[in-house]
Ligand binder design. Structure first.
Ligand code: F6P
Length: 369
């Protein structure tokens, strides 16, 4: 068994609801269970690269308030600046991985818990392996696209936001006889759109994993109207392509482009083709904020406790995961290397189709059942 006295923890990548609940779980387990001290690193990997190292000891006093209930991350995070190719002010890219490893030793840490999505876990795993640093990962991302875990922290809350939005859009769509398009996040994966769309009663759900046609969307909207309903709800995942094969993006302040714009592009094309006013709502970062759902609090708590237990057992380079109604752990090397996508013939796509929802074009085999 390794001798652990000082445990480091950081959050990396985009924030989401449930991160503070996970930090709390780690701190509670490390202090109550093992009597260690826990050091929170600020702003992801940046905290260990900056000098002085940016950190804070996390004691139980931090967690007697409402952190369990709060969105965001008390430690700060970043989804920019890969330490292996860090963008410098002069425009060059610098390998700062050595500074990260040095920062870990400067703090006298014995192990590190990283809460991140697949991109962050991949980079942090590489950093820790390079420096021989003992590390355990906890999956979080509203996109829910991390391999080998059924759920990542943040997904459930994001889906609840989508469902809440559809609950609010439906009465106004009905009052004005409109088609409402709701553009949701998810990057290249359609998990948020699919789950949110089914639970929120969407008539059309478009996800990056399944090609769709405008004819198919129009046909569904017309069918809904023929059946006597004067309005329709369309959910589109931000990573969907237009019929022409383009994925619209936006660039904020010269930064890396982000997905965004498919909702408006779809509405322009639909407006001239359906006999109804088409409006768009882009849900954006609302999906990342707010109070974590019960499921995210539960997941974060279970993940945090299990991650600390792995450290105590000396089981490193592993990620905690949710499988078959319980917490397990898997090698990080098996989860990195691309997103986990929606399976086009999976249970939720079949559920949506069974409800009569248009989820893109069916292959000949699917249509034949
Ligand atoms: O990966 C989480 C996520 O919210 C994606 O769904 C979205 O495409 C992206 O991050 C947005 O990133 P940013 O907050 O940097 O715009």
């Amino acid at each position: 068994m390794p001798k652990v006295h000082r445990l480091g923890i950081l959050t990396s990548g985009g924030d989401c609801a449930g991160l503070n609940a996970a930090i709390r779980a780690v701190v509670h387990r490390a202090i109550y269970g093992y009597g260690w001290t826990v050091h929170g690193i600020r702003d992801g990997s940046l905290g260990l690269m900056n000098r002085p190292v940016e950190h804070q000891e996390l004691t139980l006093e931090f967690f007697n308030s409402n952190l369990l209930r709060m969105g965001g991350t008390m430690l700060g995070t970043t989804n920019k600046g890969d330490p292996f190719a860090y963008p410098m002010p002069d425009g060059s890219l610098k390998d700062r991985s050595g500074e990260f490893v040095e920062g870990f030793h400067m703090l006298g840490l014995d192990a590190l818990i990283v809460i991140g999505g697949d991109g962050s876990l991949k980079i942090l795993d590489k950093l820790c392996k390079q420096g021989g640093l003992p590390m355990v990962g906890i999956p979080k991302t509203i996109d829910n696209d991390v391999h080998l875990t059924e759920f990542a922290i943040g997904f459930s809350t994001a889906v609840n936001v989508v469902v809440d939005a559809l609950d609010r859009l439906q009465p106004t769509a009905a009052s004005h006889h409109r088609v409402m398009i709701l553009e949701v996040m998810g990057r290249d994966s359609g998990h948020i759109a699919l789950s949110g769309g089914i639970a929120g009663g969407a008539d059309v759900i478009l996800i990056p994993e399944i090609p769709y046609s405008l004819d198919g969307v129009v046909k569904k909207i017309e069918e809904v109207r023929r059946a006597g309903r004067n309005h329709a709800l369309v959910v589109v995942a931000e990573g969907c392509r237009t019929e022409e094969g383009l994925t619209p993006t936006v660039t904020w302040g010269g930064q890396q482009a982000r997905y965004g714009g498919i909702g408006h592009s779809l509405s322009e094309q639909l407006n001239s083709r359906v006999n109804a006013e088409v409006r768009v709502m882009v849900l954006g970062h609302l999906q990342r904020g707010g109070q974590p759902s019960m499921q995210d609090r539960l997941l974060a708590s279970a993940f945090g406790v299990h991650a600390v237990d792995l450290v105590a057992k000396g089981k490193f380079n592993r990620m905690v995961a949710w499988q078959d109604r319980g917490v397990v752990d898997v090698p990080i090397s098996k989860v990195v290397g691309g997103a986990r996508h929606v399976e086009p013939d999976g249970a939720l796509v079949r559920t949506a189709r069974g409800l009569g929802t248009y989820v893109g074009e069916e292959t000949a085999t699917e249509a034949a059942g």
